[in-house]
Write a protein that binds this ligand. Sequence first.
Ligand code: ZN
Length: 371
Amino acid sequence: MREGTARAIIVLGSNIERERNLPEAIRMLRRAEHVRVENVSGFYESPSVGGPAGAPDFFNAAALVCTELDPKGLRAVLRGIEAVLGRERGDDPDAPRRIDLDIAYYGDSEFDLDGWRIPDPAAITEPHVAIPIAEVAPDWVHPADGRTVSEIAEQIGRGEVRPVMAIHLNSPYTPRAPEDFDDVVDVYAPRFEGLVREQLVEIGEDPDREGLVRTPLRVAKAMDFLTSGYSTSLEEVVNDAVFDAEGADEMVLVKDIEFYSMCEHHMLPFFGKAAVAYLPKGKIIGLSKVARIVDVFARRLQVQERLTNQVADALIDILDPHGVAVTMQGRHLCMMMRGVQKQESAMVTSAMRGTFITDPRTRNEFLDLAR
Ligand code: ZN
């Protein structure tokens, strides 16, 4: 883990439309920039603590995240998710709520965040907080208490907390003990899945027929992957793979980089190969990172020209080299499958910066090598 990143444990709770709000919140956390979700617990049901008589039971869960944000920044992300899901923070801390996201632990630090104690004191007193935490990060040590969170959960006991469902999200999450749960359900992105279902109806399909029952779920997961570039920061991709290289002044070229993107006009794939070159000015980057940078911009809705320029500009930002050149050759399914149906046509785009513009010899050397 590089400097500036921390692990934190987030606890989530909902007792209004909880089957929907809890998965939505987890999905939004996964798509938040500078936050990477490493593990999510199953959902646990428990009576409302201190709430009004007859208040609906809660679903609780926990998520282990890795983040570049400081506690204030992380909490701002959590408050943003709450706002989108319609949480109103009133005076009564025990009122029923659509969604509640709080930082339970942040690294091995102990501090006060505007009146909130971190670690959350409830993490050592309340089973509905301690149990999901013990599921996502069993070996995590409470910085003041000295026990692991598993020991804490074991010693508090289950109380009235019942495991209700493991979220079966395939990778990267595997519930630690799915056998503890009555039900393993595919809950991922209820709202998104509902929209895909409607789309199936619109095209005249029966979303309940056997082959399509799980299609909305699959589409939601696939689209999240194919558009994951929106929530991936260049810093996290580059990490610390930029190296000082005094005296390195030869062109660095990476070619035949496969890319897969989707055109923003039809949301159909376009794909092909990229060649990326730069003339270093004291800094070089790990070769595999060049391909990862292409992915960050390819995994969005794109036009090929912009994609090419964004890759070039990113390398300028990261390396401040003498120059950068990028060419991309792509085949667009929106042209191949529909419209003009020119099956063989490929689109070639290029972006040149610095010496690749000013020095024809450098440019020609690149174009020769990249061919
Ligand atoms: Zn298109």
